[in-house]
Ligand binder design. Structure first.
Ligand code: PGA
Length: 241
């Protein structure tokens, strides 16, 4: 679905989240970080304040986290989620799950996270952003992609794009922990959000219906229930967000 503005796109995403929670109060949500979902989180906070959504039984799993990073580091995705969203809604903090970026044993942490998602009954609704190189979560373009939650090395292009939130590019962690493609594919419903001209190429490839690991988002073409929400700039390659 194409929207004239970023805000309209985020309104629709928030409506879908609200419908999901209304239908099932114990919903399990998969959540993204990044700039794209920020407005959606703001709208959800408003909906929670005015009594439209109750997050008290909702459980969340974030897609990814830098590695290594402390959860109290302001660059961590745990910090981002707490400050942008979780502290502002009536969710129970213990129901918000994010990979531990300072786990000593990354493999064990990923394994535990994967099992925790499965034990929670799987993700009902997963919201995804998309990287300009087509990454989803931190599943970067590669010859091979991994199915389960794993530690990954970030591509230089991702480090550079993400450095806008750091003082210097050298501060961006080289690694991350991320849900794998299989973990993402097991979500019952997926919404992908794309905003701004920089996402045009990756989005075009996804919408062309061909599948390549060199644009991980294209694997979503085999998922039975994906909704792509984008603004006109992402759809037509217009102006930068
Ligand atoms: P962005 O990040 O929302 O900040 O563009 C998306 C992503 O890299 O997945």
């Amino acid at each position: 679905m194409v929207f004239e503005s970023y805000t309209e796109m985020c309104n629709k995403a928030a409506d879908i989240v609200a419908e999901q929670i209304t239908l099932k109060s114990h919903s399990v949500l998969g959540l993204p970080t990044g700039l794209t979902p920020v407005k959606m989180y703001e709208i959800l906070i408003e909906k929670n304040k005015n009594g439209e959504i109750d997050f008290s039984d909702v459980k969340t799993f974030n897609l990814d986290e830098y590695y290594p990073v402390s959860p109290i580091d302001k660059h961590s995705y745990r910090y981002f989620m707490n400050e942008t969203f979780f502290k502002k809604i009536n969710i129970k903090m213990e129901n918000t799950c994010i990979l531990n970026g300072q786990a000593e044993d990354a493999e064990k942490e990923c394994d535990m996270y994967q099992k925790l998602i499965e034990k929670s009954g799987g993700i009902d609704l997963l919201i995804l952003g998309i990287g300009r190189n087509g990454h989803i979560g931190f599943n970067e373009p590669d010859e091979y992609l991994l199915s389960y939650t794993h530690k990954t090395r970030l591509l230089q292009e991702t480090i550079e794009v993400n450095s806008k939130l750091f003082d210097d590019v050298s501060e961006v962690p080289e690694y991350a922990l991320t849900m794998g493609i299989g973990t993402i594919m097991q979500a019952k419903r997926i919404i992908l959000l794309a905003s701004g001209k920089s996402k045009y190429k990756a989005l075009r490839e996804l919408m062309a219906g061909k599948i390549t690991t060199l644009n991980p988002s294209t694997l979503l073409n085999v998922h039975p229930c994906v909704t792509v929400l984008c603004d006109r700039d992402a759809y037509e390659g217009g102006k930068e967000k």
